[in-house]
Design a binder for this molecule. Structure first.
Ligand code: ADP
Ligand code: MG
Length: 560
């Protein structure tokens, strides 16, 4: 062949590969799940592409995944007749890791211990590269549907790969693993053994909606059925099966397939509607926040299907950005298979589904908080910051979001509080929920603004996320009680007696204040006797409508 090339992996890819080769993930079986998952995606994409482009010239007869173990050669081939890849796609998709968060991941991996490493890798999802856990050489032959020529990619995972054109490749992708000799002795993990493959497919990939087959005669030489291929999975879409028939384990595997997470979900949510807008949804909350949760191009995790046909990943019309940690599937009955992202944004049915999904997710969070506090705490720690963005962006659900949110508080350093619980602890005569924003709990607690509140036993919420600075201005209050910053305006903590005393002092020191205000005229708006300090001599206070100190600092840091 001509036009062969040896290319270096991108640096990040090289590092991840090295981790894979030295097998930091203890359950190696999952490599097969990753390859079948990719094959299934490729079949989904082909079906859709062929539907949308009648001239594609693709073969869509008998779409399937095939596993071909060869005990003699010690290879396993995972083949699909799906969409395939062009040469450039192979270089981009397989030779590099474009996913956001890669650099951060690698930095964390370098510092982490072994257990933490597994978890991190799990969160990131290494996909195709997991082949190198079980193979010391991987070959991939692919031809894009409709294209004339194919591509062969091969690598031992050590830094470079080769790539060359192939004249006669079949449509789709075949990944051949040259299995590590070390796994051959291990009967449970000999991936050239058909019974091992049967078990793994049943465990991890049963719900894949395409047939996963072994060729006739594989591992059952001499049987009567040898003429027909053997299908290893049941192919039933989980969301279409009655809820009671689906096991936790099946949900967990499906979750891993759609989310690229390696853990089980924190919570599984199902909902369905019949009638004019018929749909089914199967959604998951993660145990660990997706790696890219706070990155600019974070993916939203809900896939859209139309009557079991995959339409798109990452369907932003179905979930608002602040719920981007929700993963899963929505299968709508009455949409055209031809919908585009643009059309979806305007679609009435999709908006109706979206409204209902949002309400459902928020209500599940509410019931987690009430009934499963530990799960709720995990959720909040991982994804709470994202959820709070909804206080700004989703005015319709603002009260509900506030209701299911949790806030660090002076009441208990270890347990964040709900606003409802705060209200129950409010002191007699207290007419607002007090909060202060700042960089950290310690910084806020050390602030002079805190003194009077602490001394008089008022609870203050400690808001330290950047997003807190912003939503507090959008939110009027909770359940009839306003939120008030203790760093802004006048906060009245005095009894009548104290007020008389203060008024007397005010007169006594009026001249001093006027004089100070004149001296400081460039720097302050006004000088007042304070009722809020007990030990600090003075404090700078913002007007009710001024920026908070943190926000001011933020702007100053940005040079404004
Ligand atoms: P992920 O599936 O999370 O995107 P992978 O490492 O598993 O990550 O795969 C990277 C990309 O390579 C896929 O997104 C897909 O575009 C492409 N790819 C992998 N396997 C196949 C395949 N069998 N057919 C077509 N494209 C594939
Ligand atoms: Mg994948």
């Amino acid at each position: 062949t001509t036009g062969g090339e040896t290319i270096e992996f991108q640096a990040e890819a090289r590092q991840l590969l090295r981790l894979m080769i030295h097998s930091i993930y203890s359950n190696k079986d999952v490599f097969l799940r990753e390859l079948i998952s990719n094959a299934s995606d490729a079949l989904d994409k082909l079906r859709l592409a062929a539907y949308q482009d009648k001239d594609l010239g693709a073969d869509t007869e008998d779409l399937h995944v095939e596993l071909v173990p060869d005990a003699g050669a010690r290879t396993l081939t995972v083949r699909d007749n799906g969409i395939g890849m062009t040469r450039d796609e192979v270089v981009d998709l397989i030779g590099t890791i474009a996913r956001s968060g890669t650099a951060e991941l690698l930095a964390k991996l370098r510092e982490a211990g072994d257990d933490a490493r597994q978890e991190l890798i799990g969160q990131f999802g290494v996909g195709f590269y997991s082949s190198f856990m079980v193979a010391d050489r991987v070959e991939l032959v692919t031809r894009k549907a409709g294209a004339g020529e194919g591509v062969r990619w091969a690598s031992d995972g050590e830094g470079t790969y080769t790539i060359e054109p192939v004249a006669d490749a079949p449509q789709g992708t075949a990944v051949t693993l040259h299995l590590k000799a070390s796994d051959a002795e291990d009967q449970l993990h000999d991936y050239a053994d058909p019974s091992v493959l049967r078990r793994i497919v049943k465990t991890y990939s049963d719900f894949i909606t395409w047939p996963v087959r072994m060729p006739p005669g594989t591992g059952t030489a001499g049987d009567a059925d040898d003429a027909a291929p053997e299908t290893l999975n049941s192919m039933k879409a989980l969301w279409a099966r009655p809820q009671k028939d689906v096991t936790e384990e099946e949900y967990a595997e499906f979750y891993r397939h759609v989310s690229h997470d390696w853990q089980e979900p924190l919570e599984t949510i199902r909902l369905a509607a019949e009638g004019t807008f018929e749909y089914q949804a199967l959604l998951f909350l993660p145990k660990v926040a997706p790696m890219d949760l706070h990155m600019r191009d974070a993916r939203r995790g809900v896939q859209l299907y139309v009557r079991r046909v995959f339409i798109m990943d990452d369907c932003e019309a179905l979930v608002p950005e602040y719920l981007r940690f929700v993963k899963g599937v929505v299968d709508a009955a009455d949409l055209s298979l031809n919908v585009s992202r643009e059309i979806l944004q305007q679609d009435r049915q999709i908006s109706a589904i979206r409204r209902r999904l949002v309400k459902k997710v928020l209500s599940v969070l509410g019931s987690l908080r009430d009934n499963e506090p530990e799960k709720y705490a995990t959720f909040w720690e991982q994804c709470g910051r994202a959820l709070k963005e909804g206080l700004l962006s989703d005015a319709d659900n603002r009260d509900t979001i506030l209701g299911v949110s949790a806030f660090a508080t002076t009441h208990d350093a270890d347990a964040p509080t709900s606003l409802a619980a705060y209200k129950q602890r409010m002191r007699e005569g207290q007419d607002a929920i007090y909060y202060m924003t700042g960089d950290s709990r310690t910084a806020i607690e050390a602030s002079p603004h805190m003194e009077a509140f602490r001394d008089k036993g008022y609870e203050v919420l400690l808001l330290t996320d950047p997003v807190d600075e912003v939503w507090v201005d959008a939110v009027d209050g909770f359940d009839g009680t306003p939120l008030r910053s203790i760093a802004k305006g006048q906060v009245d903590l005095q009894t009548d007696e104290e007020k008389e005393e203060a008024a007397a002092k005010q007169t006594e020191f009026a001249d001093l204040c006027t004089w100070m205000a004149e001296v400081l005229t460039e720097d302050v708006k006004e000088v007042r006797l304070s009722t809020r300090l007990t030990t600090s001599p003075a404090v700078l206070v913002g007007d009710e409508f001024d920026m908070t100190p943190t926000l001011e600092k933020m702007y100053r840091a940005m040079g404004q």
